[in-house]
Design a protein. Sequence first.
Length: 261
Amino acid sequence: MLHVDDAARVRLVTLDRPEARNALDTEHYQGLADALDSAADADELAVVVLTGTAGAFCAGQDLAEMGRLATTGATTEERTGHGFQRFITTLGSFPKPLVAAVNGLAVGLGVTMLPYCDLVLVAEDARFRTPFVSLGVVPEAGSSFTLPTLLGPQAAAHALLTGAWLDAAEARACGLAWRVCPPERLLGEALDVAAAMARMPLVSLVETKRLLRTGWRDGAAAARGREEALFARLTGGPANREAIAAFFEKRDPDFTNLAPE
């Protein structure tokens, strides 16, 4: 369900969980972190490309797992951990260039991981959504900092406070994406740009990325700290339970008359 292919100093990491639209659970968080950690340590690898299969880049957190954590009396550590923490920490500290090839649907973490990527290429039919408020929780992965920094404060506020969909053209216009590609050419173009970087000296790639990310990483880490305390408190709360139940029951959620949190 997670494929890792290495060639010519480039590692291609492909999520392949089509039945869940490449949503992430504990196993996949750990697998992605492992793939990044080993790439960071491999002198023969210079660039990593992330993509998905079956018309979905990543549908974010597996809501079935979130539902279990919300209803089984999970501890705060379990609610905010379960592999997510390690993956985001690894993503945020990854020293080499990261390229995302967004081949379709990107929801939740499928969007909030993108600011950690150095170049984001998207298919013409890609769609993006950050549904945290509608799930009764708050932004994650430092996105209360990274998205306003990347998109601008008002575009980020609209995306986060309404959960509205963005299409590929809008994603490029607001800075979430670097290039829009025909779907059949997306991965090839992503691998081409990765190959161009991979031909450069590794030391200068790493040091240039470090300079580009200095300060930004501190802001993202501080935002994560603020978010995670709130996310843990709201996970399993009345609004979150209602949102998850409505998702699986295929109905609109009803947030009226909820008990205070």
